[in-house]
Design a binder for this molecule. Sequence first.
Ligand SMILES: [Zn+2]
Length: 258
Amino acid sequence: MTGHHGWGYGQDDGPSEWYKSYPIAQGNRQSPIDIVSAKAVYDPSLKPLNISYESCTSLNISNNGHSVMVEFEDTDDKTAISGGPFENPFRLKQFHFHWGTKHSQGSEHTIDGKPFPSELHLVHWNARKYATFGEAAAAPDGLAVVGVFLEVRITKIACLHDEKHHTVKCLRTNFNPKCLLPLSLDYWTYPGSLTTPPLNESVTWIVLKEPIRISEKQLEKFRTLLFTSEEDQRIQMVNNFRPPQPLRGRVVRASFKA
Ligand SMILES: [Zn+2]
């Protein structure tokens, strides 16, 4: 199927076709990748990740045609990450999810060849160095994306409710994205790209080792969301993930000893 933006996840407009409109798809630092844990290099100079997310009052939840996206007000550094491999704090702009039709696939990054049912991306930008998100998204050190794997378990994420409308309300009133993070902030980091067009090579990736848990019901809710906003085009929003891309000599660093 073809989305409004000329790309999607169907047979004719999916990841293997993206290079035709976005040649950078075949570039040297594309994402996602398969993280081979034994080949990741422990780097003791990597600082712990410092995540300071405040409960946000002003944000917007939407289906952007490719995923469910939650946008934040990003006028200051109150909701930001710092530490890790970064010199500056990076402000949270939005988060969204990738998932698949069945539990055996759905995440974008894989660990030792193994996919997870879903992956959360928390997208941040370097507001110390760049004036706007758009400017940062075009620069090699402009963005920082934290990737969190989701595992299907009986326990559900406490801050996400089951009813669609309830979720919206909950997110708008008093939502802290910190509830989407696992206990351990051990991570892998590598230089990469956006995983959707325009596929800019502007992302320093932080992939958390520990997954968070999502209930079967919550995952099902993502699966039944619509790919387009038109009510008449009831297409299931499934398999919105790009497969792993070639490493091309890049080194994945680990903040922890294997
Ligand atoms: Zn993403």
